[in-house]
Design a protein around this ligand. Structure first.
Ligand code: 5AD
Ligand code: SF4
Length: 336
């Protein structure tokens, strides 16, 4: 087993079978996490890049079985920030020192590519990197966003198990989701994807495939989070994903894609106290503090009890674990 971790640390390459073996054996977890931490330090250093997350609309036309924002959930109050509010929030984030703003929303048809382009152009004047997380669009729409100055795009594949994908997204197309990711890459976005860990019926082999897919896409960023059940969704009565397993998927991803950016996800911190620190010491190098106004933040309930990081305690905490705050845009080193 040690040999496998050693191989991954040196060669950044593992077969599906080898990944499955690592994911199945919990006696090697500490060793795996330490190896991922070393690879993180060697390839992307001690800097932690902070991204200001703006959740600008919780209106979504899709019906992902796990998500509280799904269109069929009537027990949620919906909101949409105005373009002015979005730009104002970005300005506050930039004044606080953030070098990246992440504009995230449900798939809200009100925000066409043209409207988003106008907002992006205003925010780009503030000398920040702009990341988008607005879901599936056509190549032409993504091009409008890229031409407006957007730098990065987040679109998790969620699971690479086609059958499971179909079950959890009945009206959606797995093929289209992959097409989106390859289009984003083609257009020159720093492209982020990722998966949920612990979905009902998800196998260890499927998680191994997820990791290999990240490598195949040559993703620039990977976000991995444990599934957390939301009562107003079809998966409300299922058990949450396993935290350790989610960290393992993240750690192996760091071993195989040494130069990419990996956030310590909010879902990890929500599931386990100190989850963020454990992630940061097992391969992660990014944190995405939420800067959305509190009233709206509460309404962006993808899953229950989503935690928020307090900025000053985050800085203190990073210092304590021997990490510094990134001073530049924190672009993916995968692309040099
Ligand atoms: N638990 C954890 N993560 C979730 N997401 C959506 N619903 C849940 C849930 N119940 C994640 C998805 C999506 C991201 C915005 O939030 O992976 O891509
Ligand atoms: Fe909409 Fe995204 Fe939630 Fe799916 S995961 S329902 S696309 S907000």
């Amino acid at each position: 087993m040690e040999k496998l971790i050693e191989k991954a640390e040196k060669e950044h390459c593992l077969s599906k079978e080898e990944i499955t073996v690592l994911l199945s054996d919990n006696s090697i977890n500490t060793e795996l996490f330490n190896a991922a931490d070393r690879v993180r330090k060697t390839f992307v250093g001690d800097e932690v890049h902070l991204r200001a997350l703006i959740e600008f609309s919780n209106i979504c036309k899709r019906n992902c079985f796990y998500c509280g924002l799904r269109a069929e959930n009537k027990n949620i109050e919906r909101y949409r920030l105005t373009p002015e509010q979005i730009i104002e929030t970005a300005k506050i984030a930039v004044e606080l020192g953030y070098k990246t703003v992440v504009l995230q929303s449900g798939e809200d048809a009100y925000f066409t590519a043209e409207l988003l382009a106008k907002i992006i152009k205003q925010i780009k004047k503030m000398d920040v990197a702009v990341t988008l997380g607005v879901g599936e669009m056509s190549f032409e729409e993504y091009k409008i966003l890229k031409d407006a100055g957007a730098d990065r795009f987040l679109l998790r594949i969620e699971t690479t198990d086609g059958k499971l994908y179909k079950k959890l997204h009945p009206a959606a197309s797995f093929e289209n989701r992959k097409r989106c990711l390859y289009d984003l890459k083609k257009l020159g976005f720093e492209t982020g994807t990722g998966c949920l860990v612990g979905l009902p019926e998800q196998t260890i082999e499927a998680l191994a495939d997820d990791i290999l897919f990240f490598k195949e896409l040559n993703a620039d960023m990977i976000g991995i989070g444990p599934f957390i059940p939301h009562k107003d969704t079809p998966l409300g009565n299922f058990t949450a994903g396993n935290f350790e397993l989610a960290v393992k998927v993240m750690a192996i991803t760091r071993l195989l894609l040494p130069c990419i950016n990996i956030p310590a996800t909010t879902a990890m911190e929500t599931l386990v106290k100190n989850g963020r620190n454990i992630a940061l010491q097992s391969g992660a190098n990014v944190v995405m503090p939420n800067v959305t106004a509190l009233d709206y933040r509460k309404m962006y309930e993808i899953y229950p009890d989503k935690v928020s990081v307090d900025y000053s305690s985050l800085l203190e905490n990073l210092k304590q674990i021997g990490r510094t705050v990134g001073k530049d845009y924190g672009n993916s080193k995968n692309r040099r």
